[in-house]
Design a protein around this ligand. Structure first.
Ligand code: FAD
Ligand code: SIN
Length: 519
């Protein structure tokens, strides 16, 4: 299976650039800014408005080894520890060391982070960090990052451009095909970067914007790219959900002193981990689920200890407090019911340290990529840092390859024939989300994964719209990968294998040939 779209390239209008970047979050923009600075003619495609991204929603901040009691070594060790045996040390070294310079660059570009009366950066704490090393701006660090990067990007942006296919021949990428204003358009370039963000939006309950449906990862899978660690999805322990959806309540809230209590008002996290509420994210997530089961009631986040420390929560967390008040809840007085939901996609397109994928001319960066830096469980606030660090490195990798990769328009005469549906059913994205949430969620088992694989194969081969089939295909790849990992590690928990197994202390890889039997 390659194309999900019928097209003949000769009948489609086109534009040609030195580089195409797909996605306008922190990863795509950082890469686009660096490419433009080098002097390449860049086109950045984005599915919705430029600011609609996970980046824009980020709350907690950016982890960086800048505090005086910190060092890149300490940050490196914390990253390795949280990653449950699967962090790639070379990548983590790059992250923590180059991260210091990248955050300083961002400040030079105009990003405002909180400072003290002397103008020195303030740092907050999040789970599994041994020191407070998160730079932040209230509870809207992401808005500040997105604003700064958008203001500094000088290349072209095409809004409302949903990338649907890659233009690939003989394992070489020549550009992308996007739907712009309801019409297909080809964007040619010798080098292309996928920066389409993660896939947590394929779950019914999640913290992500609607754009996070794993599009770029699903597309790369179809065109033969090697993907990595697909079974690892990070669930965040503290979201507020009601019938209209979910929103995140930042881990920084616990970092500033909030505690988790059960329906009896008992602070229970000590039963599960010596770091209590600041245990690694996967531990807190499962503890919340377990406490709900044991007590048969809700789990609550109690903000009141923050105010007891003299911090005004309205001033420190204005967005969260406003959103809760809109729901009729006052965190100054009432403990807030919370629930774990899908938050971050650890797996993705396998890349080297310059973002190269297994397809020549195709790069990936940010949450869509898998550098191996997060292992089996991402350390909080390491993701924006990854976007800044690898966004720059990928631009450099693209530039190096651009110097010898040329567009050959004879080769580019590509015709796509949409993979024919095997059944005439039409499904919606909600169907995919339901299957993922119920069967490939926080706790998985061979039984639940078998159900997911059956159902997602059916949806992926159906007559459903592009978005649904592409999402179902990635969901299927996640479920198969989760089935193969017969152990529990980091964000991947199997009730039928509830322990780590040494023979699985390795990264998993996945290509489209792994799905041949199922489609
Ligand atoms: P995104 O920012 O998601 O950008 C992806 C872009 O690709 C978007 O512009 C989207 O529209 C576009 N796109 C998607 N599909 C297509 C397509 N088919 N065609 C064209 N364009 C497409 N991390 C931290 O480090 N610190 C935090 O405090 C933090 N808080 C978070 C809070 C929330 C609520 C969420 C959801 C995430 C948070 N994260 C945090 C994670 C972090 O924000 C993301 O991992 C990171 O921003 C991802 O950046 P990105 O550029 O890879 O993707
Ligand atoms: C948060 O603010 O809790 C999210 C931080 C992250 O996902 O890194």
């Amino acid at each position: 299976m390659k194309s999900l779209t019928d097209f003949d390239i000769l009948e489609i209008p086109s534009e040609t650039y030195d580089a195409v970047v797909v996605g306008s979050g922190a990863a795509g923009l950082t890469c686009g800014i660096a490419l433009s600075e080098i002097g390449l003619n860049v086109c950045l495609l984005t599915k919705s408005t430029p600011e609609e991204s996970s980046t824009n929603l980020a709350q907690g901040g950016i982890a960086v080894a800048l505090p005086k009691e910190d060092s890149p070594d300490l940050h490196f060790n914390d990253t390795l520890k949280a990653g449950a045996g699967l962090v790639k040390p070379k990548m983590a070294r790059i992250l923590v060391e180059e991260g210091v310079k990248r955050v300083i660059d961002l400040i030079k570009m105009g990003a405002q982070f909180e400072t003290d009366s002397r103008g020195l950066l303030k740092f907050t704490k999040e789970a599994a960090h041994s020191v407070a090393r998160i730079v932040y701006y209230k509870d809207k660090t992401g808005e500040e990052v997105e604003r700064t990067l958008l203001e500094n990007y000088r290349g072209k942006i095409v809004e409302g451009a949903q990338t649907r296919e890659l233009l690939v021949k003989n394992n070489r990428c020549y550009g992308v095909l996007a739907l712009v204003n309801g019409k297909l358009k080809a964007f040619y370039a010798p080098v292309v970067a996928i920066a389409t963000g993660g896939a947590a939006g394929l779950y019914l309950k999640n913290t992500n914007p609607p754009t996070s449906t794993g599009d770029g990862i699903g597309i790369a899978l179809r065109y033969g790219a090697t993907l990595q660690d697909l079974e690892f999805v990070q669930f965040h322990p503290t979201a507020f959900c009601d019938e209209s959806g979910c929103f995140l309540i930042s881990e920084a809230v616990r970092g500033e002193g909030a505690v988790l209590i059960d329906k009896h008002g008992r602070r229970f996290m000590g039963d599960y981990h010596h770091l209590w509420e600041l245990a690694p994210r996967d531990v807190v997530t499962r503890a919340v689920e377990s406490q709900k089961r044991i007590t048969g009631g809700e789990v609550y986040l109690d903000f009141r200890p923050i105010e007891e420390r003299g911090i005004d929560i309205e001033e420190r967390f204005p967005t969260i407090v406003r959103k809760l008040k809109e729901k009729g809840l006052n965190p100054k007085k009432d403990p807030i019911p919370i629930t774990p939901v899908a938050h971050y996609y650890i797996g993705g397109i396998k890349v080297d340290s310059f973002g190269r994928t297994s397809i020549e001319g195709l790069f990936a960066v940010g949450e869509a990529s898998c550098t191996g830096v997060h292992g089996a469980n991402r350390l909080a606030s390491n993701s924006l840092l990854e976007c800044l660090v690898f966004g720059n490195r990928v631009a450099y990798g693209m530039y190096r390859d651009w110097r010898y990769l040329r567009l050959d328009f004879q080769e580019i005469r590509i015709t796509g024939r949409g993979a024919p549906p095997k059944n005439s059913q039409v499904y919606s994205l909600e169907d995919v989300k339901q299957v993922m949430w119920e069967n490939v969620g926080i706790v998985r088992s061979a039984e639940s994964l078998t159900k997911a694989i059956d159902r997602l194969s059916e949806i992926a081969s159906s007559s459903s719209p592009w978005q649904v089939r592409n999402g179902a295909l990635l969901g299927l790849a996640i479920a198969v990968s989760a089935m193969r990992r017969e152990e529990s590690r980091g964000g991947h928990y199997r009730s039928d294998f509830p322990y780590e197994r040494e023979e699985f202390r390795k990264h998993s890889e996945f290509t489209i040939t792994d799905l041949e039997r199922l489609l």
